[in-house]
Design a protein around this ligand. Structure first.
Ligand SMILES: Cc1cc2nc3c(=O)[nH]c(=O)nc-3n(C[C@H](O)[C@H](O)[C@H](O)COP(=O)(O)OP(=O)(O)OC[C@H]3O[C@@H](n4cnc5c(N)ncnc54)[C@H](O)[C@@H]3O)c2cc1C
Length: 601
């Protein structure tokens, strides 16, 4: 059914109600509505934003940032371990959720990271199962001949789905810089990965992107799971429907409670929609715990203090939040490369736009070069003492930590000692981002993004008040463990050592940010001052046993309820070494099977 109006939803009843149209929510809703005998309503707070060139056209990264039409732009609390700075959190609003504002990199985590979910007490969660579900969504396209001629693309077709609805293809890329990075990584002794989508990502590889290879436009959850199914009569999608809470009966006894419907705000008025079978909460890592708390599910002390009647006591709601922090390392290059910077020239950009209409030009460009490796690779001499230091820190913090967190930290320490599991990431962004030096026309720049993958620090997201329109209080608590900062400094020193080898040595003209020859201490300050979130927060409704401070069980059912599930990145209990959209799609695919009780893999 095309987008519906309020009169088709308010006071009506549906078999399933899904809250939030991100990759997980839309995948779940679309899969459930494949059964024509059931009715599915999806409520999304944002606008449809369909066919919007600000979203669809690639290589204009950041175009939708901080614009309230597309972005929640959540504020966070000042970070005490990072100079009290508070870099805001972008999150997508509208059909497609954050997949409609993301940078399109498509990556899967390493096998160990997914197997870790199972080890935390979640039966049925393991790499083999993850890969099968991931392939269900994927429609993989190898590199076009014009790209394959310039760069040695490799892939293993057995790692890919070829008949799913999500286009995954090799975008146009800055092959001169991708080759430079590849050869430098080889010179540094890193492995070159033939295909990183089979659970082994340790080394350098070229990424695919969620991009339609026919139109060279962004494949978001909206183009993947909404548009092709928009005519289904049993699939009702209402936009600008801001969910304020999930409804339960007023009187409760000691039994698990059953959601009767959902309350939402549309056009300034509060409405209700009733549910016959199940509610799926897919409002993302920030808003899902918020909606749970507004509905009376969470920590009783907090809910009482806000005047929200307690329906289910669940200590883990809004806790265990883990975000990747990112720091930039900007370089000026000697030679001319086709970097995004060229699009700063309006005339050139206009020409490229015309070319895009013909399936050509720079507006097809994606971010493609990645490398993942262990701490031991980046800092062979210091790794042991760094790991001993974080182990000692964990020991100090254990006394006050819940049991689930202790189990996570133990697993993280084990993974850190295992040189096969990647801890650190480099992303090559062919663009200028320096804050300390002015941009010079005609020059080519490159930014290495540095990201630590498995932070030990844990943050929180909690309701600020009982008013659903108030943003929740977000405290990522970055660098609470010194390890999270220190490992990034070692990563930066490792990247700096690239200049000791060819071809990097001859290709880079100078380091802009941070300035050259800075000490370890100066780099710490640089990272504290300039770090930004990598937009990968997870864990606020963690899937773990209830007595380990879990919020959902292995079938994503919220503890203490009979018919409320959560399907989005908030359920991931331990952060993964990956950009997470592929995982959000997997969660949406899986929840549909949990609900129907029929496995499609
Ligand atoms: C700027 C940016 C760049 C990124 N780049 C990449 C990348 O290149 N590759 C990658 O893999 N990942 C990337 N990510 C991350 C990835 O896009 C997200 O992790 C993923 O979309 C999360 O999916 P989700 O379904 O959990 O939640 P979301 O995609 O966040 O979806 C949640 C949806 O719920 C809606 N919602 C929230 N509250 C309410 C409410 N009260 N009522 C109704 N609806 C509500 C939201 O509007 C949204 O549509 C990026 C993220 C950002 C912010």
């Amino acid at each position: 059914m095309p987008l519906v109006t309020i009169s088709e939803v308010a006071d009506k009843a549906f078999d399933y109600i899904v809250i939030g149209a991100g990759p997980a929510g839309l995948a779940a809703a679309a899969r459930l509505s494949e059964d024509h005998t059931v009715s599915v309503a999806l409520l999304e707070a944002g606008e449809p934003n369909l066919s919007d060139p600000n979203i669809l056209l690639s290589a204009q990264f950041g175009k939708t940032f901080n614009d309230p039409k597309y972005d929640w732009a959540f504020p966070i609390v000042p970070q005490k371990n990072a100079l009290n700075l508070a870099p805001g959190w972008n999150r997508g609003k509208g059909l497609g959720g954050t997949s409609a504002m993301n940078l399109m990199a498509y990556s899967r985590p390493p096998k160990d990271d997914i197997d870790a979910f199972g080890k935390l007490g979640n039966e049925g969660w393991n790499w083999d199962d993850y890969l099968k579900y991931s392939k269900l969504s994927e429609c993989f396209h190898p590199a076009a001949p014009e790209h394959a001629a310039l760069y040695p693309h490799t892939y293993k077709i057995e790692h890919h789905g070829t008949s799913g609805p999500l286009f995954v293809s090799t975008p146009h890329h800055v092959h001169t810089i991708d080759l430079l990075f590849k050869e430098t990584c080889e010179a540094k002794g890193l492995r070159i990965i033939e295909d990183p989508y089979g659970g082994d990502i340790s080394g350098m590889w070229l990424s695919s992107a969620t991009m339609d290879p026919k139109t060279w436009t962004q494949s978001s959850a909206a183009t993947t799971f909404y548009e092709p199914n928009a005519r289904r009569q049993n699939f009702s999608v209402l936009c600008e429907a801001y969910v304020s809470r999930i409804l339960f009966p007023d009187t409760i006894n000691n039994e698990d409670i059953t959601a009767t419907g959902v309350e939402f705000i549309h056009g300034g008025k509060t409405h209700t929609v009733n549910v016959r079978k199940e509610v799926v909460l897919s409002a993302g890592t920030i808003k899902s715990p918020h909606i749970l708390e507004l509905s009376g599910i969470g920590q009783p002390e907090l809910l009482n203090s806000l005047g929200i009647p307690v329906k289910v006591e669940l200590a883990g709601v809004g806790e265990n939040m883990q975000e990747h922090s990112l720091a930039n390392f900007t370089l000026e290059m000697n030679d001319d490369h086709d970097t995004f910077d060229k699009l700063r020239d309006e005339k050139f950009a206009e020409e490229q736009l015309k070319l895009h209409d013909k399936g050509k030009g720079m507006y097809r460009t994606g971010i493609t070069s990645f490398a993942y490796f262990s701490l031991q690779t980046a800092a062979p001499d210091a790794a042991k003492s760094i790991i001993d230091a974080v182990a000692a820190d964990v020991e100090k913090k254990r006394a006050n930590a819940p049991s689930g967190l202790k189990a996570q930290w133990d697993m993280q320490l084990e993974a850190l000692r295992n040189e096969v599991v990647p801890d650190l990431e480099l992303v090559v962004v062919p663009s200028y981002t320096s804050a300390s030096s002015p941009y010079e026309t005609g020059k080519s720049y490159l930014t290495m993004e540095l990201v630590a993958q498995h932070p030990f620090s844990r943050g929180q997201i909690h309701a600020k008040s009982a008013n659903p329109l108030d943003h929740p209080i977000i405290d990522p608590n970055v660098f609470d463990f010194d390890f999270d900062l220190d490992s990034m400094v070692h990563l930066m020193q490792y990247v700096r050592s690239f200049k000791e080898v060819e071809p990097w040595k001859s290709a880079v003209s100078r380091e802009l940010d941070p300035l050259p020859n800075q000490t370890h201490e100066q780099l710490r300050e640089y990272i504290k001052k300039t770090h930004v979130p990598c937009w990968h927060a997870m864990g606020t409704c963690s899937m773990m046993p209830r007595n380990h401070q879990g919020v959902v069980d292995a079938k994503l059912k919220v503890y203490g309820t009979t018919n409320l599930r959560i399907a989005d990145l908030s359920i991931v209990p331990l952060n993964i070494a990956a950009h997470p959209q592929a995982t959000a799609y997997v969660i949406g695919e899986k929840v549909a099977d949990f609900i129907t009780g029929k496995s499609r893999v």
